[in-house]
Write a new protein. Structure first.
Length: 424
């Protein structure tokens, strides 16, 4: 779950006699406040290659904790009512999501909550946590054991390295060292700084503390971002019962728990929320793997599936609808959500979600002997025009008989628009 920024705007929908642009949590819960953000839920498979946005709410500011809890638990219940097994809820480190975690009793030692007698894990988005670590390193001094990690070490290294004809860290640029607000949001700038390459290069300049800090978080991101079963880097492959991932995660849990953060001489460790976010997420990933391995016979876990990247990509698609708008209006957002919801569900050629449903639709087509759509197939670079009498009595009947799948899909789509509130 995550939120997208919206531009305040009121639109009167004459067909439904309804104003779009006011705060609306669904299920008839509305207010007269102007909506300036959209709270969105998306389902993603841990074991299969699919995703599906399922619900949104128009909110003023950040979504309140009680409404988030109600919407989240309602979505869990409905997902499980159709046979899905919900394992984990993931969000970024927004203040309202942190408040929800506190409200649910989430701690590093207990990264789960109970609902209807079942246990559900909660964790924070690892790419977002990496950005938070980079941002805090830019502002504060971080101490661990006898070492000190400081941003000025990285800047000093970059100033020397950029003058060399053959650079030790060629990917490092001014954007990495002095990112603007937009560049701070890009995960790649954070991970390229907190990398093994920069850490190894820093050792040449005797910045042992900063190098050790970068090296550990580079390995941690490899561990929580695996996308293949095998890799040249041990921690970058998927965790199994025989790999060293679990022991490494335990080591990193202890390492992060002992970090001390200073602003000058003032200890500000208690203010750094991302450290607690990492502890919650590390323990959650460990418990999720144990649960999936023992209860569902998983042989490995692709940890890259445990983040909110699909939702970020979905937001990107929404912003691209009808022109590139960083902050769409509420009516633009609702229309884009409706379009992309059905684009992904019916595997349209548009939208980022379409590719993830290819496997499911291929399996469906094998089980059903549905005939392909028929029609004239013109040669390339030619236009074929046939003489057709559209006044023929049986013209429409023949067309429907030739294309039953398209006709039935159109009928079902029309029923979905009428029945499901998420498509309104």
């Amino acid at each position: 779950m995550d939120e997208i920024s919206l531009k305040t705007h009121l639109y009167y929908d004459i067909s439904r006699d309804r104003i779009i642009g006011l705060e609306d949590f669904g299920d008839g819960i509305r207010s007269n406040k102007l909506a300036n953000s959209g709270f969105v839920l998306l389902l993603r498979s841990i074991s299969g290659k699919w995703k599906q946005p399922i619900r949104y709410a128009l909110v003023n500011g950040a979504c309140p904790t009680d409404e988030m809890e109600r919407i989240m638990k309602d979505a869990i219940q409905k997902a499980e009512s159709i046979g899905l097994i919900v394992v984990v809820v993931i969000s970024d480190m927004g203040s309202n999501f942190q408040s929800l975690a506190i409200h649910l009793g989430i701690t590093p030692e207990k990264p789960w909550f109970m609902h209807n007698g079942k246990k559900y894990y909660l964790m924070f988005d690892p790419p977002h946590l990496m950005k938070c670590v980079r941002n805090n390193l830019m502002k504060y001094t971080i101490k661990f054991d006898q070492y000190v990690a400081q941003w000025k070490d990285i800047k000093a290294f970059y100033d020397k390295d950029r003058e060399l004809s053959i650079r030790a860290a060629p990917k490092l640029t001014y954007r990495h060292i002095c990112p603007n607000n937009f560049e701070k949001m890009k995960v790649k700038y954070a991970t390229q700084v907190l990398s093994h390459t920069v850490a190894a290069s820093l050792c040449m300049y005797v910045s042992v503390g900063t190098a050790e800090f970068l090296s550990k978080f580079d390995a941690l991101f490899d561990c929580v971002n695996s996308s293949t079963i095998k890799s040249s880097k041990e921690l970058k492959c998927a965790p199994t019962n025989t790999t060293s991932h679990l022991s490494f995660l335990k080591e990193m849990y202890n390492f992060i728990a002992k970090l001390k953060v200073f602003n000058g001489n003032e200890d500000v460790t208690g203010r750094i929320r991302c450290l607690k976010g990492w502890l919650v997420s590390i323990n959650a990933i460990t418990l999720i793997w144990n649960h999936l391995h023992e209860k569902h016979a998983f042989k490995f876990l692709l940890t890259r599936r445990l983040n909110i990247d699909p939702l970020e990509n979905f937001f990107g698609s929404i912003r691209q609808q009808g022109g590139n708008s960083d902050s769409p209006t509420p009516v633009q957002f609702t229309r884009a959500f409706r379009k992309l919801f059905f684009s992904s569900f019916l595997n349209s050629s548009t939208g980022n979600c379409a590719e993830d449903f290819d496997t499911l639709l291929a399996e469906f087509s094998k089980k059903s002997n549905a005939p392909p759509l028929v029609g004239p197939q013109p040669a390339s670079n030619t236009m074929m025009i046939e003489t057709t009498d559209y006044r023929q009595k049986d013209f429409g009947d023949n067309l429907l008989k030739q294309n039953p799948v398209a006709y039935e899909a159109g009928y079902l789509l029309n029923r979905c628009f009428k029945q499901h509130s998420c498509c309104e």
